[in-house]
Design a protein around this ligand. Sequence first.
Ligand code: CP
Length: 327
Amino acid sequence: MKPRFKGKHFITLEDWSKDEIDVLLKVSNELKRQFYNNDITDYLKNKTSFLMFFEQSTRTRNSMEAGIAQLGGHANFLDTSTMQISHGESAKDTAVILSSYGHGIACRNCFWGVGNQYLNAMAKHATVPVMNLQDDLYHPMQGLADLMTIQEVFPEGKRIKVSIIWAYAKSHKKPISVPLTQILLFPRYAMDVTLAYPEGYDLPDWAITKARQNAEQGGGTFRITHDMAEAYQDADVVIPKNWGSWVTNQSSEVIDDLLESYKDWKCTEAMIALASPDVKYMHALPADRGNEVEDSVIDGPHSIVYQEAENRLHTAKAVMVMTMGDK
Ligand code: CP
């Protein structure tokens, strides 16, 4: 498999054309087939990727670590609290040095107002591809896996109505990067996207403007509602998920009066009944069970969350294969 995008950073899918994303999806599907077939896929033999995590992770860390092992390479997991970053070492110095030791740098940094800037600062100085494992604005690995899953589930050419719906949760103040990535990406694939949230949970204005532009260019549509039930109505895909009020309130406090006033924004069987009879329930996970969603929905017949999570492996491998090649 040729590293067609050798050296290209993967920080936001906005930097990738639709044709380039289609190649990533095609490679993801091929790698999935090969994984099921137990084929040898050592396309990154002897390559090293550095995985820097400022935050916790289950899917992202393990899809990257398992993924590069299956590609014949090796991942160095780096808890950034044990790196000299915690003593103030710069993004530039970290990126230059890790570039000289390996073939790819991947990083999760979700700190509000910091994460995306940190990724871009590393990308400016790295001589190997920098991969975003989620920052304060984007989660491109998740977006790619979500798109792959939707394409697997629905017949090609079907017009798909996707509703991205804010949901109550109290586990932690979550980044906006998942819904933001989805509202930018899905309209490019001619989907009819509804973003639903209660007052106070806005996404940035520039992202809304861009989502509308992407819809215009991609043949999709994009709209906003503050009526939860209306967002479920006739939807083919529902993605009820919490995100924090970062745009209007930068405090990292998890629970506040605003949050507590929207406890009823939960994905219930009654909400699912409003959607298309064949509706698919998606969630990037981890889900705040009992708050964001009822167990009977996430464990029920409409849920495709495990397929979505599995596709994180195949898409992560595709990104690494296509961007990390021989030095
Ligand atoms: N969806 C996702 O990014 O999961 P993790 O936080 O477990 O990596």
